[in-house]
Design a protein around this ligand. Structure first.
Ligand code: AQP
Length: 331
């Protein structure tokens, strides 16, 4: 059976990059492609970066990530939403994959290099991150993975791992392909440059306090050449216009670009429109999140049920893998 799978790390507040880059696709993709869909809160991945991992916060962040996904539209009765550590077969399969993955391939991963460069001591888990990710996907034999552009390189490695396993042990895994949101493959951070990312702290949260969101939007850099209200601007050089199309209708964006070019509207007024549109888009998610906070058992029951369903598939795959790699079996 063809399946969709994706994962999200409980490393901090879910942001609009996660939402637009990945979660919006989670909601519809399984139904659209007629495939079973599984979504995973990857808590073991959250341990790989010591700058983002905090023991005291991990459980709460995991719950919160599940809550936000449900609030954003994932229906735990229609898709399988679960926590990675509740299905131990992921880590078991990742060990098998570790043995068929060249260290050099892992050292070439851009995310590994970027993160390792910020650390005094690099744990082996950070290097193995894409191997565990390959196991997350392949344990369900998923062939479609809705992700942001930042995950393309890791996904290519998952394909290579699947190929290598199939060559060594016989046809077992499909080669999974990425499914990007063409409108938001890479949402920038609030500086307009680096990718928006929980661990970088350059985010606008999906459920962030409105006052704090406004403060961030208020400080978004405009075209640096536009100093006074009367100065004409170039919307291509304005970070405000990088965010506006995510929330405002196309026609509205075009009108505002034109106004910006001919200095017909002040930057603060455009920022106010961006804020209003962001609030409009996120309001239903905020309302559902509020309800879920009052009814946490809905989230927890969904996760329990999800882990049970995921485990059935994962156990069957592991059984097949154990046989193929030649382990001694007792029954
Ligand atoms: N800025 C983004 N634009 C589009 N998609 C994005 N994703 C993440 N950031 C963007 C996609 O969201 C899914 C979950 O990814 P994640 O949990 O790794 O998100 P993160 O915010 O990137 O988390 P971290 O902890 O800060 O990780 P690093 O440090 O690795 O960036 C994925 O599908 C991702 O592509």
């Amino acid at each position: 059976m063809k399946r969709v799978l994706s994962g999200i790390q409980p490393t901090g507040e879910i942001h609009i990059g996660n939402w637009l880059g990945a979660i919006v696709n989670y909601v519809e993709l399984g139904r659209k492609l007629g495939r079973e869909a599984l979504y995973c809160i990857v808590d073991y991945h959250a341990m790989t970066n010591p700058l983002a991992y905090e023991k005291e916060l991990l459980a709460q962040r995991t719950f919160e990530a599940a809550l936000v996904n449900i609030a954003a539209g994932l229906d735990p009765e229609k898709v399988t939403l679960f926590v990675q550590s509740h299905v131990p077969e992921h880590t078991e399969l990742s060990w098998v994959f570790t043995n068929i993955t060249p260290v050099g391939d892992l050292q070439r991963m851009t995310q590994y290099k970027d993160k390792a460069a910020k650390l005094e001591s690099v744990g082996a888990g950070l290097l193995m991150y894409p191997v565990l990710q390959a196991a997350d996907i392949l344990i369900y034999k998923a062939d479609t993975v809705p992700v942001g552009e930042d995950q393309i390189q890791h996904l290519e490695l998952s394909r290579e791992i699947a190929r290598r396993f199939n060559t060594l042990f016989g046809e077992t895994f499909p080669e999974p392909t990425a499914y990007l949101n063409p409108d938001a493959p890479r949402v920038p951070g609030i500086d307009g440059k680096a990718k928006m990312s929980k661990s970088t702290g350059n985010t606008i949260g999906l459920l962030e306090d409105p006052q704090s969101v406004w403060e961030k939007i208020r400080l978004l850099p405009d075209d640096p050449a536009r100093i006074r209200l009367a100065d004409p601007g170039d919307p291509e050089r304005s970070v405000v216009f990088k965010f506006l199309p995510y929330f405002a209708p196309k026609e509205m964006v075009e009108v505002l670009k034109e106004e910006h070019r001919r200095a017909g509207i002040g930057t603060l007024a455009i920022k106010q429109i961006l804020f209003d549109q962001y609030m409009k888009a996120t309001r239903p998610i905020r309302e559902r999140a509020e309800w879920l906070r009052q009814n946490p058992e809905y989230v927890l029951d969904g996760l329990e049920d999800g882990a049970r369903r995921a485990r059935q598939i994962a156990q069957a795959t592991m059984q097949e893998v154990r046989e193929k790699i030649g382990l001694l079996r007792l029954e």
